[in-house]
Design a protein around this ligand. Sequence first.
Ligand SMILES: [Zn+2]
Length: 91
Amino acid sequence: MALEYRNLMEDIVLQNLETVMAAEGGCSCDACKSDVAAYALNHLGPHYVATRQGRLMVKLKSYELQSRADVVAAISEAAVMVARHPRHGRE
Ligand SMILES: [Zn+2]
């Protein structure tokens, strides 16, 4: 059996990334999305679970309910920062 573990925080950030970035109105190219995701993930810290595929979705759902407000806040903060200082300069 292979080792099975996953950072649920990564799934939850990705699920909310586009909506929150759109609400902040900044650039949404892949470079900016990557920067926002990385910043938010560093800020939030990981939430690893060791589980098999079948049980993963159950854990993901319940953890998302608990953490969604924090995740949205961290993405918003990251989106504002990246919009002010995009890696590719402003157009
Ligand atoms: Zn961009």
